[in-house]
Design a protein around this ligand. Structure first.
Ligand SMILES: C[S@@+](CC[C@H](N)C(=O)[O-])C[C@H]1O[C@@H](n2cnc3c(N)ncnc32)[C@H](O)[C@@H]1O
Length: 313
């Protein structure tokens, strides 16, 4: 397996939570480079004094390093790590410089390096995800094919959090439904909803890169008549009771912050599909959903991730 090195220049205070985030993201092990180590005198096992190379250490703060497996969703893993680290500000943790770098390949090469690990993959009963640069012959006539080039946006369609959303959409969306996709990334969930017969799909993302990527993919999959993409913060400004189904593959911390808004925007009897939740945060999200007026219908697990299907009372 190939590994990519991720380094985060941060503070002593953030070592513990960042190490935790890296472990949760599947890092093989975490190394801390703290300049304090340079001031200690060390003896090796033969009694000789040895010195560390100061070039390996930052002048200020610490560097937390870890290795991540190179696979088709490496880009998504790195984006999720960055997002989780940025979220630590909510807990008043000083992140210092908060510089995240990926080594071995530079950022530009890295944006395309994952492509060779990204192949056509059947991710649910109906859907197969096909990268735009691959030639794919459908296996059956009722197979639904989503062609994707996520670029730098999250959403190759193969990440467990996305796969669970697509499987849940497949069981939930009925022809004629109005669907809202919060945090659309590459647009993959909106495309799936449109292909399942939704009449109107609104896709929102805060990130401009995601909006551009989603627009391209919507066009590519010929669902522009059904899907509208806008740059928007969560459900800000969305009219009440405007959706039969709302789907959000976003972090647990973000989901709990906007469950009341989801309850406002979904019709009574409508469905909320929440994903991007790590196992440990499952109960936190369930409690927030129940408090906002939802019944929990189903909890789906895939690897360390959880998706929750909830119905508006
Ligand atoms: C985990 S990705 C999911 C992408 C895609 N929906 C999927 O399932 O593969 C989360 C997306 O949410 C977006 N996002 C994060 N915070 C947001 C916010 N406050 N409002 C809208 N979008 C947000 C990110 O830019 C990112 O594209």
């Amino acid at each position: 397996m190939k590994w990519s090195e991720i380094s985060i220049h941060t503070t002593n205070e953030a070592i513990e939570p960042i190490s935790h985030i890296l472990h949760e993201a599947g890092a093989s092990g975490v190394v801390i480079e703290d300049p304090f180590e340079l001031t200690k005198e060390r003896e090796d096992q033969f009694g000789e004094i040895y010195q560390l190379n100061p070039d390996d250490y930052p002048e200020e703060g610490v560097i937390v390093k870890a290795y991540l497996p190179v696979n088709s969703f490496l880009g998504e893993t790195v984006e999720a790590i960055k997002e989780s680290i940025n979220n630590l500000i909510i807990y008043d943790i000083d992140l210092g410089l908060n510089q995240v770098t990926i080594s071995e390949v530079n950022e530009e090469e890295w944006a395309t390096a994952w492509k060779k690990y990204y192949n056509p993959v059947k991710i649910s009963e109906k859907f197969t995800i096909v990268p735009t640069w691959e030639i794919y012959e459908p296996v059956s006539s009722d197979e639904l094919i989503i062609e994707l080039d996520p670029g730098m946006a999250f959403g190759t369609g193969t990440h467990p959090t996305t796969v669970m959303c697509i499987q849940a959409l497949e069981r939930t969306v009925r022809p004629g439904d109005r669907v809202i996709d919060v945090g659309t990334g590459s647009g993959v969930l909106s495309i799936a909803a449109a292909m399942l017969g939704a009449e109107d799909v609104r896709a929102y993302d805060l990130d401009e890169v995601a909006v551009t990527s989603a627009k391209l993919n919507i066009k590519l999959n010929k669902v522009s008549k059904t899907v509208t993409i806008s740059q928007n913060n969560l459900l800000d400004g969305v009219p009440e009771k405007s959706a039969d189904v709302i789907v959000a593959n976003i972090l647990a911390e973000v989901i709990v912050r906007f469950t009341d808004d989801v309850a406002r925007c979904v019709k009574p009897g409508g469905t909320f599909i929440a994903s991007g939740i790590i196992q440990q945060k499952k109960d936190l999200v369930k409690e927030a959903l129940v408090a906002a007026g939802f019944d929990i219908i189903e909890t789906i697990l895939m690897e360390d991730w959880v998706a929750i299907i909830a119905k508006r009372i």
